[in-house]
Design a protein. Structure first.
Length: 240
């Protein structure tokens, strides 16, 4: 007598159960005809009636301000966060980006795209602050990286307090936190006390465990394969 393992059925609308659907939790199950009926009254953002930023009330009752952390050793942390930035811009949100590591010499494609989007008037606004010899609002030349990072964080706190943005991306802020330049407890307290409706996304490797505990959403990007291992250098259009 031999044990036989049944051959799994291919996911097709015909064999999906009424409780199944094509969701992130069950990506291998195709939705059956029951799925449309089950979700017809759901308040989903992708229904034909959704007007996005043209709606009088841009946010729906279900929307809550979130803290998100995107960390890990793989490529794509900032990239995915810039995707959320574009979604927020498309919804008419006031958006801000603070880059804590890349200097002023970095001509990142995301910034060029953000400037074009913000100037188009077709969505919200995007303000972009980047390190170099100092932040744009500081007149004196600050040469010490630690001082620059601390000054950047102080400005972030001011803008959070005044509710300047509805979506705020703190790109690669985990590094100055890891180096002890920015107090993680100050970051947590600031995020917990932020007024109004403000999504805040923090990116970078080795996110502090306190950030992970505090965040509503945490994603880890894992390095499965990277072209640098084959000697292929970073290149425009893919890396910046």
């Amino acid at each position: 007598m031999t044990d036989e393992t049944p051959t799994p059925q291919s996911p097709t609308p015909g064999n999906a159960s009424p409780d199944d659907g094509a969701t992130a939790a069950t990506p291998d199950v195709a939705p059956g005809p029951e799925a449309a009926a089950r979700h017809k009254d759901a308040d989903l953002p992708h229904t034909p009636d959704d007007k996005g930023s043209e709606e009088t009330v841009r946010r729906k009752k279900r929307d809550l301000p979130l803290v998100a952390v995107v960390t890990g050793t793989g490529k794509g942390k900032s990239t995915s966060s810039f995707g959320m930035l574009q979604r927020s811009w498309a919804r008419g949100y006031r958006c801000g980006v603070f880059q804590f590591v890349k200097g002023g010499k970095w001509k990142v494609g995301e910034r060029k795209a953000a400037e074009a989007l913000s100037a188009s008037g077709a969505g919200g606004t995007i303000e972009w602050e980047i390190q170099g010899k100092g932040w744009t609002w500081i007149q004196k030349d600050m040469t010490e990286s630690e001082d620059i990072a601390k000054a950047g964080w102080d400005e972030v706190k001011r803008r959070i307090a005044e509710e300047r943005y509805e979506f705020l991306l703190l790109d690669e802020i985990t590094y100055p936190i890891s180096w002890g330049w920015i107090d993680v407890e100050d970051v947590i307290a600031t995020l917990a006390a932020r007024p109004g409706f403000q999504h805040v996304v923090l990116t970078g490797r080795n996110a502090h465990e306190r950030l992970i505990e505090t965040a509503d959403l945490v994603s880890e990007v894992v390095n499965v394969k990277h072209p640098m291992a084959a000697g292929i250098r970073a290149q425009q259009g893919i890396d910046w």
